[in-house]
Every structure is written in C-alpha cells, then in structure tokens.
Design a protein around this ligand. Structure first.
Ligand code: AMP
Length: 131
C-alpha cells in the first residue's frame, strides 16, 4: 500500500506544497513544531533514509538545501535545523525547521497551533522565495 507521503506526492491527499523536482517533493508538516516546518521526501518510496543510495541521498540534500534557503529568506530565524526521525511515517523524509535556539527543534515539545490559512500563507511565503 502506498505511504501517506506517496499519496500526497500523487495528489490524492492535500498538502501545502513548497517545491518539487523529478525526484523529490517538499511540503509543510501538518503538525509543525515551528512556523515553516517542512518535510523533504524522495518520490521513490524507501522507508529508511540511510537505505537511499549515496547519489540519491546527495541529491536529496542538495534539494533540501534549496528549500532551506527559501525558508531562511521567508521566515525570521537564525538557522534552518535539520533532523531525521522517521518513526511515524515509513517513507524517508528530512525535517527542515526554522530555529532561533536549540529547543525550537526539540520534537518532544508541544506542537505549535496553526490554522490551515496560516499554513497556506506560510507555504506561499516560502514558495515565493524558492529559486
Ligand atoms: P516522523 O516519521 O517521526 O519523522 O514523523 C512524521 C512527520 O510527518 C510528523 O512530523 C507528522 O506531523 C508529519 N505528517 C504526517 N502526516 C502528514 C500529512 N498528511 N501532511 C503533512 N505532514 C504529515
């Protein structure tokens, strides 16, 4: 059965899309820990990120870098933090999180509260900075 992220990539489930190319897809996390929290996913359905071959993993990081640069331009923050967890969705993904301080990327903390309208506006702001 297709993963939830494949269903998002295929347009069966809505998302706040940021960018895509032939191999990767980026969209806002639906349950963000910080404003602009974005997921980068390979279109190929591979569960564990460290099972990606070296070339694909390298290209995924290069794609994530472009997304991170757009986030940094769109969202006031010091850095874009990057983490991989992957315990919830069995489809490799990188979390890109705008941070001011280390605790902003702590996944055990309470999620921020955002409306669909705010997510849509945030996605638009990041998309407009994506080059
Ligand atoms: P993990 O697999 O532990 O890295 O966590 C999966 C992440 O995917 C969580 O941060 C969820 O909020 C996020 N997520 C799950 N379903 C969706 C969805 N339909 N749209 C956007 N993000 C999602």
């Amino acid at each position: 059965m297709a993963t939830i992220f494949s269903r998002i990539i295929n347009g069966e489930i809505p998302c706040h899309k940021i960018a895509e190319d032939s191999e990767f897809f980026a969209f806002l996390d639906i349950n963000p820990i910080a404003a602009g929290h974005t997921l980068v996913v390979p279109k190929q359905e591979i569960d564990y990120i460290f099972d990606l071959n070296d070339d694909l993993l390298g290209r995924m990081m290069a794609f994530a870098k472009k997304v991170a640069k757009a986030q940094q331009r769109a969202i006031p923050c010091k850095r874009i933090g990057l983490t991989v967890i992957g315990l919830e969705v069995p489809h490799a993904h990188i979390h890109l999180v705008p941070i001011q301080k280390e605790s902003d990327i702590y996944f055990g903390k309470e999620k921020i509260k955002v409306t669909q309208e705010e997510l849509a506006q945030t996605a638009e702001n990041i998309r407009s900075e994506y080059k």
